[in-house]
Design a protein around this ligand. Structure first.
Ligand SMILES: *Cc1c(COP(=O)(O)O)cnc(C)c1O
Length: 359
């Protein structure tokens, strides 16, 4: 056991916890504990603890606050119908956390420590998984540069933490198709940049584009590639799929500017299992529009851990707008949402061993 357990001396009483879990929403209700682990050049990874969730005391010269050397992950623990608890593909998150660390010149957390930190926290706080339909415990592992130094260089000290947050169903009463704004002003990631790393900096620079989309009356922004401003890449925090009238599905390839989503990868596997034609190929905004108008393209959806699968109903840019299919959730989209959530809840066979039980 690499994480010493120090129980929270004053956990939230069960009745109060019950009240908070009735309608937790997303990202606001936190559990009683958190995991922490430190890294330094001389000691390596050390001081692993599961302890009471509490504010941090940080020196204002901690380098993360100045140069944004930070990476994170997001994954969920589910309560299965048989009462047990399981994580969905945590090893995939561990591997991505390592590749994000490499890109940000940070130390790589061994996969076993990553998974152990999450399992230990879920075991401690599993009573915080809401009993409501679609409820889960969202885990947020992250790593920050904690060295107190204003010089520009990779830090010599880091702090790894895991938070657990109770989450309700993203889709009360079924998935609602969203409307997208295509940003022709801002890009998310450039070749050679950090688009494939899960770092806070990518989000910081995407917020203005998302704000622009909201101001114009849309739900989410979709980004084009930074070089030609032509190829569809992804949303601020979700990958994108296209469904064609021949039954084939397509998603942009992982060229280094797109975040390699684990939901994206899971959908590709399910689609290949089902014998669908799967293409990982570039798709341009002009083709998306023409194909939606001709009927060759029948559905589009976004995907990620938080919402799993999100149907796209409408798309607009500076001088165009178009509707996808009927503008509502399509059949293939609904089928992927259903088959993925069935595996995550232990209601369907799990041929790829994606579920990892938490003892
Ligand atoms: C996390 C993330 C995704 C989705 O990844 P999942 O592993 O499926 O949750 C997609 N795009 C961006 C930019 C992300 O940060």
């Amino acid at each position: 056991m690499n994480f010493v357990f120090e129980p929270n001396p004053s956990p939230v009483p069960a009745s109060e916890r019950g009240a908070r879990l009735a309608d937790p929403g997303f990202g606001r209700v936190f559990t009683d504990h958190m995991a922490t682990l430190r890294w330094s050049e001389d000691k390596g990874w050390h001081e692993g603890r599961i302890h009471a969730r509490a504010p941090l005391t940080m020196d204002p010269a901690s380098s993360v606050l100045h140069y944004a050397q930070e990476i994170f992950e997001g994954l969920k623990a589910y309560r299965l119908d048989n009462g047990s608890t399981a994580l969905f593909r945590p090893e995939a998150n561990a591997a991505r956390f390592q590749s994000s660390a490499r890109r940000l010149a940070m130390p790589e957390l061994p996969a076993e420590l990553f998974v152990e930190s999450i399992e230990a926290l879920v075991r401690t706080d599993r009573d915080w998984i809401p009993e409501i339909e679609g409820g889960s415990l969202y885990l947020r592992p992250f790593l920050i540069a904690s060295e107190v130094f204003l010089g520009v260089k990779p830090a010599a000290e880091y702090l790894y933490m895991v938070l657990a947050s109770s989450a309700g169903s993203y889709w009360k009463g079924g998935a609602r198709a969203i409307s997208l704004w295509v940003s022709h002003d801002y890009t998310r990631a450039a070749p050679g940049g950090t688009g494939a790393a899960k770092c806070g900096g990518n989000y910081a620079t995407s917020l203005i584009a998302q704000q622009d989309a909201i101001r114009r009356g849309h739900d989410q922004v979709v980004f084009l590639d930074a070089t030609e401003r032509r190829w569809i890449e992804e949303l601020g925090g979700m990958n994108i799929f296209f469904v064609f009238d021949d039954g084939g599905i397509q998603t942009p390839p992982l060229t280094g500017t797109i975040l390699p989503g684990i939901t994206r990868d899971s959908i590709l596997r399910l689609a290949r299992d089902q014998g669908l034609t799967v293409r990982e190929e570039l798709y341009s905004i002009d083709d998306w529009r023409a194909d939606a108008e001709s009927g060759r393209l029948i559905e589009s959806f976004a995907c990620g851990t938080a919402a799993v699968v999100t149907p796209i109903g409408k798309v607009a840019g500076p001088d165009y707008d178009f509707t996808i299919g009927s503008g509502a959730t399509g059949q293939t989209t609904a089928r992927f949402l259903e088959s993925l959530t069935a595996i995550q809840r232990g209601r369907a066979p799990d041929p790829h061993d994606w579920l990892k039980p938490v003892a």
